[in-house]
Design a protein around this ligand. Structure first.
Ligand code: ADP
Length: 490
């Protein structure tokens, strides 16, 4: 080991040298008086860190540790510090003897001769900070991700500090409440609520209504004007842990949720009502049959009614089941596939008009085979439904036709199902596709008023559209448009 002149008494000197020898850090001492500043000493920590033994490095300049990466800005920084005789700490990419890279935190300090102050050596303490750097990087990335969620999310958030002042507010507040986050930042909560209430009142030219903040873990509902309609906001408060009185106020737009709930309750009420009608006549007629001694001829029409109403009930339950399955699916589309247009139309026709039926349907197909993107069974269900409506609602007969055409410009196929039947008035056309709508609910044609609702849902979940043209007393045409596919049908 090359001795360095030390001002310390020999015992302490020895203890220090031993401590340096055994520390987990790498220690490197270079001779500043010789050209190229050769290494004069390295400890065991250096060998553990880099894989090089003292014998392999003493006499060499430290720069071999940088491998081919001599251009790192930290190298220039070190050169400058050495030239200026100043201490420096840098993190630099170094390479072990086996070629693996690691991040080396180098704490460089000059060693000066007592008296003259001349720099004789440089002392470098080296620490492997690779893992620390990785952890820091992960933390930074996480923080950036959280920041993005915080800034870009649909939920408005206001952070209240220990004194109840709004410290941070997210930009979503602008979208939800028309309030720039800066307008409330720094304000005590009550004052911030006042600013928000005033902004709403001003935007509508209405008197100001106080907006309460939620207390404890409860939430409150704010009804606020936004873009011409009233929006319902759910405002909840959460404590940020038990050791602090900081709270976060979360603001969510629940208008759609509330509208959805209201529509569901309304639907349930209507469904129950609609189910009660056939159920009532089944019960009533059965009771009648049980109470009186009807002859078979007298009983027959009653039994026919019971059968008809039972079939209606069962059709309605099937339709309700279809609708509830789609509700469970949420807004998701079906798994779609390339479907042969010719095959789908032919199959639907066979089911809607089985061989031997009294009625016929004319089928017009494009000359060349065409493929649409659809769900094969659902497409069939749609077409069967439209065909059976066309036949049902043209009780006096008249031509029923199913025609498919290709629109290359729009890359779509149009399937039109037309009849010359009862047709629909403009008022009734406007109410088509709403649950339980029937133009003639007490008429002789059986139905549930749910078929077209299901058809529309199915078509839209296949990426298609449905439209209707109709004239009262003259007939109707329902047209389904679906995207064409360039793939081969499976
Ligand atoms: P349903 O036929 O079971 O009553 P739909 O949902 O299929 O239920 O149709 C709703 C209503 O729309 C029908 O009751 C009928 O009044 C009208 N409708 C449907 N298709 C036609 C059609 N092709 N011609 C005239 N009216 C129709």
């Amino acid at each position: 080991m090359t001795e360095i002149e030390s001002p310390l008494p020999p015992l302490l000197d020895r203890i220090l040298l031993q401590a340096l020898a055994h520390t987990v850090n790498g220690v490197v001492i270079t001779d500043a008086t010789q050209p190229g500043h050769p290494i004069v000493h390295v400890n065991e920590g250096f060998t553990r860190l880099t894989g090089y033994t003292a014998g392999e490095v003493v006499g060499r300049n430290c720069n071999f540790l940088q491998g081919a990466e001599r251009g790192q800005p930290e190298v220039a920084q070190m050169r400058q510090a050495i030239a200026a005789g100043e201490p420096l700490t840098v993190v630099i990419r170094n390479f072990r003897k086996d070629g693996t890279p690691f991040w080396n935190q180098v704490e460089l300090s000059p060693v000066r001769e007592e008296g003259s102050g001349r720099i004789t050596h440089f002392f470098a303490l080296q620490t492997d900070v690779t893992l620390k750097r990785q952890a820091e990087r992960t933390n930074v990335l996480r923080a950036l991700e959280l920041e993005r969620i915080f800034r870009g999310g649909p939920v408005g958030m206001i952070l209240l500090d220990e004194e109840g002042r709004a410290t941070v507010a997210t930009p979503a507040l602008w979208r939800l409440m028309n309030i720039a986050p800066q307008a409330i930042e720094g304000l005590p909560a009550a004052q911030a609520a006042g600013v928000i209430a005033r902004a709403f009142a001003q935007s509508q030219g209405m008197p100001e209504v106080p907006l309460p903040w939620p207390q404890g873990a409860l939430s409150v509902r704010w009804e606020v004007p936004r873009k011409g309609s009233m929006r319902a906001l759910d405002v909840s408060s959460f404590e940020l842990g038990t050791l602090t009185r900081e709270r976060v106020i979360v603001v969510r737009d629940v208008t759609q949720e509330e509208e959805g709930n209201a529509a569901r309750s309304q639907f349930l009420a209507t469904a129950a009502h609609e189910l009660r009608t056939p159920m009532g006549s089944i019960c009533g007629f059965t009771e009648l049959l049980l109470m009186r001694n009807y002859s078979p001829d007298q009983a027959r029409p009653l039994l026919e009614t019971i059968l008809r109403q039972s079939m209606r009930l069962s059709a309605m339950l099937n339709d309700l089941l279809d609708l509830s399955q789609m509700d469970v699916m949420g807004g998701h589309a079906f798994a779609l596939a390339p479907v042969s247009l010719h095959e789908a139309l032919n199959k639907a026709l066979q089911v809607a008009v089985p061989p031997g039926s009294a009625r016929t349907v004319a089928l017009k197909l494009p000359d060349a085979p065409a493929t649409v993107t659809a769900h094969p069974q659902k497409l069939e269900q749609v077409l069967i439904n439209l065909l059976s409506n066309a036949l049902k609602y043209s009780p006096q007969g008249g031509a029923v036709m199913m025609e498919a055409t290709i629109d290359p410009a729009l890359n779509r196929a149009h399937i039109a199902v037309s009849d010359q039947g009862v047709g629909l008035s403009p008022e009734h056309q406007a109410r088509l596709f709403t649950r339980f709508f029937r133009a003639d609910p007490s008429g002789p044609i059986p139905g549930t008023g749910l078929g077209l609702v299901i058809v529309k849902e199915l078509v839209e979940r296949m990426g298609g559209t449905i439209g209707v043209r109709s004239m009262l007393g003259q007939g109707s045409t329902f047209t389904v448009s679906l995207p064409l596919s360039s793939e081969t049908p499976t």
